[in-house]
Design a protein around this ligand. Structure first.
Ligand code: ARG
Length: 546
């Protein structure tokens, strides 16, 4: 038999061959019901107007599961109970154990997927919203890469706009060397520039002129603008390293990258009648959207919307088949309108998927809006600092990332560093601890020189439960890749870790003997590998010791 990583998929396909519909297998609720259950007979009986048990009988006689399950059983009003052969369960666990990709199957036809995430703004520190984008986007790139997609990360930093006029003007005014600024200093400068702009009309006028100079490529202005980008990127990179995420300089494609395309797009839309002049501005009216999209404002300037149109067009031209935007829920309207405009203009053909993955806010521990005592937005670094008051850096990071990924993304969540860092309950540190504990057991056995290359015994329900769970890993990863819901993987790993601790309680490992001992060690090894791989897909380290 070929490796059977996904037992439910295999069994479902055998049912489908007979009944023509998905049997919608469910995990059995009690060991005496076997491993899986289906109510497909009851569903079909209703349509056919026949007694459910009779339909179940017909199905049971026809479905070919020889060599995979025990004879199928009919229970109660017409459920079909499925008990997998012990030998198959052992084989499934062994297959996962020996598979270099831990049971994750690669897609047959890899797609080019662009995952846009993090996207902070120049001369501003990353705030909690960027924390979420960075963690979620990183998880997506890991999962999509694992299933074999051709993934490109893009960090769409905000490196263009009118604010650079006053930033550059303030730098010249103070006579400072922008290349020596830290990101925090650049942000402080931004605040001074803002205040200056508001209270000094002459400065404001110079700033506006500076914007024009920047746009026209004035050398000094461009040099200072570059310096601001460089010091900001250095600050972002420091945070990325601290967070253990995959992003680096090679992933940065900022807004300014698209500058030359903007007039081309405006002209294209206008000449095809897709955009028209309205009160001096060039706008696009889109069916279903009350407010028009601004293509060019009445002062002749280009903004956020057209920059995103240029971005999407460029991504499609570079071969993207799926484009994922990890940006907060406050931009849902923007992306809906953007995708509608891009489809209408033909920049986003029907066979290219564009998805905005919105996420909720990070709230304070009290469930209210998160801000510092001074009432300013909380920076990402200060959050990391706070979590590290409760745990070592790698554990603090696991706590944050897991808290971020383990709920439906659209939900707001409260940042409670103490609760998130606990090694009990549904937390990242609990999963790390489960991994460290199983590693410890394997280390002890290693010291005694035991091999562990195959699970051969799966007589106990706890062993069977682990094998069944192992067989689902690949499928869960697939689901996350498709639905972009990382909480499914979190729930899976949490349940696996719980099953592992029940297994320890009922099935002695180091204290057992002979084949049983070898087999249980192999089971431990397989679970360890899946835990480690699963945590890695969440961007969380799996420590050997804790
Ligand atoms: N820089 C923006 C912000 O901080 C996010 C950019 C989102 N991406 C996009 N393609 N519009 O809010």
């Amino acid at each position: 038999m070929n490796p059977v990583f996904s037992l439910p998929a295999l069994i479902s396909s055998r049912f489908e061959a007979v009944v023509g519909v998905d049997p919608e297998l469910r995990a059995a609720t009690k060991p005496q019901f076997g491993h899986y259950q289906t109510n497909v007979a009851m569903r079909l009986a209703k349509q056919a107007g026949k007694p459910p048990r009779e339909v179940a009988q017909e199905i049971v006689e026809k479905v070919d599961l020889a060599g995979i399950t025990e004879p199928l059983e009919i229970a109660g009003p017409g459920f079909i109970n499925i008990r997998v052969l012990t030998s198959v369960l052992a084989k499934v666990a062994t297959d996962v154990l020996n598979d270099p990709n831990t049971g994750i199957e690669k897609v047959e036809h890899p797609q080019r997927v662009i995952v846009e995430y993090s996207s902070p703004n120049v001369a501003k520190q990353m705030h909690v919203g960027h924390l979420r984008s960075t963690i979620i986007g990183d998880c997506f790139t890991r999962v999509l890469t694992a299933i074999g997609e051709d993934v490109k990360r893009e960090n769409h930093i905000g490196d263009w706009g009118r604010q650079f006029g006053m930033l550059v003007e303030q730098i010249l005014d103070e006579g400072i060397d922008a290349s020596k600024l830290s990101l925090a200093e650049a942000e402080a400068l931004y605040k001074r520039a803002n205040a200056h702009f508001k209270e000094d009309e002459q400065f404001a006028e110079l700033s506006r002129e500076r914007v024009v100079k920047l746009q026209h490529g004035d050398e000094l202005t461009r040099r200072i603008w570059r310096q601001l980008i460089d010091v900001s990127k250095a600050g972002f990179n420091e945070t990325y390293r601290r967070m253990g995420v995959l992003l680096d300089d090679g992933d940065v494609v900022g807004e300014s990258f698209y500058n030359d395309d903007l007039p081309v797009i405006a002209e294209d839309l206008e000449s095809r009648g897709l955009a028209k002049m309205d009160d001096g501005a060039l706008v696009m009216f889109l069916p279903g959207f009350e407010a028009p999209a601004i293509i060019r404002n009445s002062a002749g300037g280009y903004g956020y919307f057209i920059t995103d149109l240029a971005t999407i067009r460029h991504r499609v031209q570079s071969g993207a088949q799926r484009i994922i935007y990890v940006v907060g829920s406050e931009q849902i309207f923007h992306f809906n309108q953007l995708f509608a405009a891009a489809r209408l203009a033909g920049y986003l053909p029907d066979d290219v998927v564009a998805e905005h993955v919105p996420y909720g806010m990070v709230l304070g521990p009290d469930g209210k809006k998160f801000s510092t005592r001074e009432g300013t937005a909380v920076t990402l670094n200060s959050l990391l600092d706070e979590a590290e008051e409760h745990a070592a850096p790698s554990i603090a990071l696991a706590a944050i990332k897991y808290a971020d990924l383990s709920n439906a993304l659209q939900k707001d969540y409260a940042f409670d560093a103490e609760r998130m860092s606990k090694t009990t309950g549904d937390t990242g540190p609990y999963l790390q601890y489960a991994h460290a504990r199983v590693s410890g057991i394997l280390r002890k056995a290693d010291a005694e020189g035991f091999d562990r290359d195959a699970v051969t015994v799966a007589a106990e329900p706890e062993e069977q439960d682990l094998a069944i769970k192992l067989s689902r890993f690949g499928e869960v990863v697939d689901q996350v890749a498709e639905t972009l819901q990382p909480h499914r993987l979190c729930t899976y790993l949490f349940e696996l870790a719980q099953s592992l601790s029940v297994f320890y309680e009922r099935c002695p490992v180091l204290k057992s003997e002979g084949e049983v001992r070898r087999s249980r060690l192999a089971m431990c090894q397989a679970v360890k590998q899946v835990l480690a791989r699963g945590l890695d897909l969440l961007g969380i380290e799996a420590p050997e010791r804790m």
